[in-house]
Ligand binder design. Structure first.
Ligand code: NAD
Length: 286
C-alpha cells in the first residue's frame, strides 16, 4: 500500500526518538507551541532528564518567544507508546549509520501507517536509510541546529519524498515558530553547514598561516557582518574536537587531506576544547 499524507495533524501527537542534546531541544520547540510531544529514549535517565529540561526551559522561553506552556510532554522508554497515533516522528539518535538504519526499520514497522518519518542527522542524507522503509515517500531529513537559540530547520528529500510531505512539514514547522528552509537537492552537509565549513576552514587557515590572530578575525566579523557570534567564538562553542572531526569527514569525502588538523590538534592536545573545557581558542570561559 502506498503512503498517504497524515490527516488531523493539529490534534495528533508528535514523537521525538532520542532525548539527548538535540532531541530534547526539538521537543521543547514543539511543546512550547502547544504540541502533544512524546520523547522516546532507550535510557530511562535520559528520557527523564529530557522531560525535566523541557519543563524547566518552557516558562522563560514562552515569555521570550510568545509560546504557551500547555503542550503535553511525555517521556517514555516504550517505543510503541511514544509512536501511538503520532503524525510526525523525528529521529535524533547518535550519528551511527547502522543504528539509524535499525531505528528507521523499527519506526517503519511500528509508527502509524500515515506517519512521516524524519531524521535530524547532520551528515547522513535519508537516502542512506531508504532501504529500511517500505515507502521512502514518507522519509525526509529535518535538520535542526541548536534550538531554541536557532530556530532554522533545513528540510531535505530522501530522493523519493512526496512533495506534499515536505510542504506539510514546512507549514507545520512554521506554525511551531520554526524557520523551515528547503534544501533543493541532496547535499553532503546542509546549506548552512556547507557555508560555515568554508568560513571556518579559511578562518583557521589565516590563523594557522600566521596571517592573523583569532581576535583579529572575530573583530572583523563583528564589525563587517555585525556578527554577535564570530567564527572562533562559534568554534569554541561547538568544541574544537568536534570541529576537527567534521573537517576530517569533509576532507575524506572530498578525497583530500585535512590540512587544518595539526593546528586544531595543538589546542586539543592541551585539553583546550572550547567552552566545554573552559578554554579553547580563547581561555575566558571558566
Ligand atoms: P546525543 O548523543 O546527545 O543524544 C542521542 C540520544 O539517543 C541519547 O540520549 C541516547 O540515549 C539515545 N539513543 C541511543 N540509541 C537509541 C535508540 N535506539 N532509540 C532511541 N534513543 C536512542 O546526540 P545529539 O547530539 O542529540 O545528536 C542526535 C542527532 O542530531 C545526530 O544525528 C546528530 O548528527 C544530530 N545533530 C546534532 C547537533 C548537535 O549540535 N549536537 C546539531 C544538529 C544535528
Amino acid at each position: 500500500m502506498s503512503f498517504t499524507l497524515p490527516t488531523h495533524v493539529d490534534t495528533r501527537p508528535l514523537a521525538v526518538i532520542g532525548g539527548g542534546t538535540l532531541g530534547r531541544r526539538i521537543a521543547l520547540m514543539l511543546a512550547l507551541h502547544g504540541a502533544d510531544v512524546r520523547v522516546y529514549d532507550t535510557a530511562r535517565a535520559t528520557a527523564d532528564t529530557a522531560a525535566a529540561f523541557v519543563q524547566a526551559a518552557r516558562p522563560d522561553l514562552a515569555a521570550a518567544l510568545g509560546g504557551t506552556t500547555n503542550g503535553a510532554l511525555t517521556a517514555s522508554t516504550d517505543l510503541r507508546t511514544a509512536l501511538d497515533n503520532a503524525w510526525l516522528v523525528i529521529e535524533a539518535v547518535p550519528e551511527k549509520l547502522a543504528l539509524k538504519k535499525q531505528v528507521f526499520a523499527d519506526l517503519d514497522r511500528h509508527a502509524a501507517p500515515d506517519a512521516i518519518l524524519a531524521s535530524n542527522s547532520s551528515s547522513f542524507p535519508t537516502s542512506a536509510f531508504r532501504d529500511s522503509v517500505a515507502d521512502p515517500a514518507r522519509l525526509l531529513n529535518t535538520h535542526f541546529y541548536m534550538p531554541p537559540q536557532a530556530r532554522s530547520v533545513e528540510l531535505m528529500s530522501s530522493g523519493a519524498t512526496a512533495d506534499a510531505v515536505i510542504e506539510l512539514v514546512s507549514a507545520e514547522f512554521s506554525r511551531y515558530h520554526l524557520l523551515p528552509h528547503i534544501v533543493r537537492k541532496e547535499s553532503t552537509g546542509f546549506i548552512f553547514n556547507r557555508i560555515w565549513a568554508a568560513i571556518k576552514r579559511e578562518a583557521l587557515s589565516v590563523v594557522a598561516d600566521g596571517i592573523a590572530d583569532p581576535a583579529d578575525v572575530d573583530a572583523l566579523f563583528a564589525d563587517l557582518f555585525r556578527a554577535e557570534l564570530t567564527p572562533f567564538r562559534f568554534m569554541d562553542q561547538v568544541g574544537l574536537d568536534v570541529v576537527r572531526d567534521i573537517e576530517d569527514h569533509y576532507a575524506a569525502i572530498a578525497g583530500r587531506e585535512n590540512t587544518l588538523a595539526p593546528f586544531l590538534r595543538s589546542y586539543i592536545e592541551q585539553g583546550r576544547l572550547g567552552v566545554k573545557t573552559g578554554r579553547g581558542i580563547y581561555d575566558d570561559y571558566a
